[in-house]
Design a protein around this ligand. Structure first.
Ligand code: SF4
Length: 593
């Protein structure tokens, strides 16, 4: 005899829908008939236990010294800086290792079936970490008492909204029932401090995390731009390691700005001390110089790595789902290192684009929903007071988000400049929307929304890459949707080289070989480009190299040579610039003679 789980609770039973007596009768008859058929087929009904969010043990301020906050999900560079920031704020913390295949298997074993690939990897990674702690000698109870996991939360609409529940379920299934998972909500604003007293999610926390993520993004970009051209193999990674240690220490030592002295005691009496401190923290963020000296030192260290910009390499823009395009491990078949081994330059995606996208989407929603509150409340359109009030509230919300946009961009680009100005600026969200919307409705949320499509068009049409590689997790709903739209995109933009790769816990060889094939085409394009440039300038690569040999500044990674319209590759742009310099130096010599 087989059994079927009864796991569907009709909305009527939940009190959500009013149904008529006739419908009630139909349902009753249907139920009776279902039971009869089940009996005939020998199927026994059984009640299944549903997963309920457990009542969680609190994380209190007094537990801070004895509790380690675990986190993960980005690159090791981002995580190292977040680690420094959290330590600076007085927390004990540890970044989880980059998820590997074993983590993926554990995620499948202990989590729900039918999740998307990043869920398996990240959930399994946490289970793997706590299991390792147990192997090292800690008891389950000690692990539950002394560790918590911090992650971002959202309400979907894709499976991202289910991550928190998945973490809890997998931990429970692995025997760590009661392990604490703390969330900071993407849309929760700058002060979620009341959520947990042990972890104060206040302005200091968010500014610290934001700085760490921005610096992580830009260092990541810089390293990926230098490594393919380094003269001495391994030097970029060595410098990167040293610089990350230095920046970690800077983040760790940075203390949050606070109001002190006579002004503090004066404002304390007036009751304005809270607002004044808030403003002070913002101003310190905007005009302070806390990280700048260290960033300039990092810039100089990177700039001392000798590079050869005459190497002809196809540029591969990485897009796709947020986690799959960010992680640097088994979660995307170690794709970035694979591309570099194959002679390509990977153009990685910053977390900053996602933050700007979130702000952009929030603004769009406010504009779309303007005035709906009046309709919902049945307010007459002649009620000018209410109409004006509603309009003003929407304008205020938009103004706040516009300020956040401007400030975030400014802060990001300030770091780009401090690190030598070679990292890419943030892509304009309004242009991305304009490019992507005809193919993928920009109101459709979930995952990267219209960004996957828009970035493909943007980077290809602006001569920023030879090929776009989209990393799309197995089981990802939004990525599957944009895959459909991409076929319309590549039909419209026929010159584009676009390859979507579905990432999973297995199938590395197949994925690598598909990328290799597309890369072959991109390499031909890069070679044709340099050939054209050499012909146009009437020079050879040997001549350019000999010239560079005599000009040491041109061997530095932060040497500026510009980007020309219609020219994509580093070597092609560099040769165009070098040829101009060669010509002008030659004419100067003729004039002197
Ligand atoms: S975007 Fe896709 S892979 Fe990422 S959480 Fe949502 S469904 Fe999963």
């Amino acid at each position: 005899m087989s059994t079927v789980p009864i796991n569907h609770v009709p909305p009527t039973e939940m009190g959500l829908v009013q149904i008529s007596p006739k419908e009630e009768l139909i349902r009753k008859r249907l139920d009776e008939e279902r039971r009869r058929l089940e009996q005939e087929a020998g199927i026994e009904r059984r009640q299944t236990a549903k997963f309920h969010r457990p009542i969680e043990n609190p994380f209190t301020r007094s537990q801070r010294d004895k509790t380690t906050i675990l986190f993960g999900g980005l690159t090791w560079k981002h995580e190292k800086l977040i680690h420094g920031t959290l330590e600076g704020l007085g927390y004990k913390c540890e970044a989880l290792p980059v998820p590997n295949k074993k983590a993926f298997q554990l995620g499948k074993e202990y989590g729900n079936n039918g999740q998307c690939n990043p869920t398996y990897f990240t959930v399994g990674n946490l289970v793997q970490y706590v299991q390792d702690l147990e192997e090292k000698g800690l008891t389950k109870q000690e692990i539950i008492d002394r560790y918590i996991f911090m992650t971002a939360g959202a309400c979907g609409p894709c499976r991202f909204g289910m991550y928190e529940a998945e973490y809890r379920l997998a931990l429970r299934n692995a025997g760590f029932d009661g392990f604490r998972v703390l969330l900071f909500q993407q849309e929760g604003g700058l002060n979620q401090a009341e959520a947990e007293a042990g972890l104060e999610m206040n302005l200091d926390f968010f500014l610290g995390i934001l700085n760490a993520m921005n610096i992580g993004d830009i260092i990541n970009d810089v390293a990926y731009q230098i490594r393919p051209f380094e003269v001495n193999p391994g030097e970029t990674d060595q410098v990167l390691d040293e610089c990350m240690d230095l920046l970690h220490e800077v983040m760790r030592r940075k203390k949050p700005w606070t109001l002190e002295g006579k002004l503090a005691s004066l404002l304390n009496k007036t009751g304005f001390v809270g607002s004044a401190e808030y403003i002070g923290k913002f101003l310190n963020q905007l005009y302070g110089d806390d990280y700048m000296a260290a960033l300039r030192e990092v810039r100089d260290r990177f700039n001392s790595i000798p590079v050869d910009h005459t190497r002809v390499k196809p540029i591969v823009k990485i897009t796709g789902e947020f986690w799959a395009q960010t992680t640097e491990g088994d979660g995307n078949f170690n794709m970035f290192r694979f591309l570099e081994r194959e002679g390509a330059q990977a153009l990685v995606e910053p977390v900053g684009t996602w933050i700007m996208y979130m702000i952009h989407q929030a603004k769009q929603q406010i504009r779309d929903e303007r005035g709906l509150d009046l309709i919902e409340q049945g307010v007459s359109k002649w009620n000018l007071k209410r109409a004006f009030g509603s309009h003003l509230a929407a304008q205020q919300s938009l103004a706040k988000l516009t300020t956040a946009e401007v400030v975030f961009k400014r802060e990001y680009h300030r770091i780009v400049e401090a690190l030598g100005g070679i990292a890419h600026h943030l892509t304009d969200q309004y242009e991305l929307q304009r490019l992507g919307h005809p193919f993928y409705n920009s109101r459709a949320g979930g995952g990267e929304g219209h960004l996957e499509v828009a970035k493909n068009i943007y980077y290809s049409n602006k001569d920023l890459c030879h090929m776009v590689l989209s990393l799309k997790p197995f089981g990802c709903m939004p990525s599957t949707q944009s895959d459909g739209a991409q076929s319309a995109v590549v039909t419209t933009y026929k010159d584009m080289i676009f390859i979507p790769i579905e990432t999973s816990g297995e199938g590395d060889v197949n994925a690598h070989s598909r990328v290799q094939m597309a890369l072959g085409e991109a390499k031909v394009r890069a070679k044709n480009e340099i050939k054209r440039v050499l012909e146009e300038t009437g020079t050879t690569l040997e001549e350019v190299r000999a010239f560079v040999e005599e000009h040491p500044e041109m061997q530095q990674p932060m040497y500026k040579y510009g980007h020309r319209k219609g020219v994509v590759g580093v070597a092609a742009n560099f040769v165009l610039h070098a040829a101009e310099r060669m010509k002008s130096e030659r004419s100067e010599m003729v004039t002197v003679q």
